[in-house]
Write a protein that binds this ligand. Structure first.
Ligand SMILES: [Zn+2]
Length: 87
């Protein structure tokens, strides 16, 4: 794999995807079934429709939808979790 991807790791690729979201309108996350179909084929799409491995990112540095959606779910879970007040 070339290092000239514009992203050095998944976190950077996810961040790039969010930057991309801000400068592009009209995008929509894929249906969960669609992501599953891609995964069954061992691939995934990026927000800019590049075809990549499910846990990868495209040459433009954008994370796959699988990575983006997993990160969002993770964030939601973290936000939903609040340390309980003792007493
Ligand atoms: Zn791309």
């Amino acid at each position: 794999m070339s290092d000239e991807t514009g992203a050095t790791d998944a976190h950077a690729a996810i961040r790039n995807a969010h930057v991309w979201f801000e400068s592009h309108s009209g995008w929509a996350p894929p249906e969960p079934e669609t992501v599953e179909e891609w995964a069954a084929d061992g691939v995934c799409r990026c927000p800019d429709e590049c075809l990549v491995p499910p846990d990868g990112w495209c040459e433009h540095g954008l994370a796959s939808w699988a990575l983006v959606l997993a990160a969002l779910a993770d964030e939601d879970a973290r936000r939903a979790f609040r340390p309980r007040d003792p007493g």
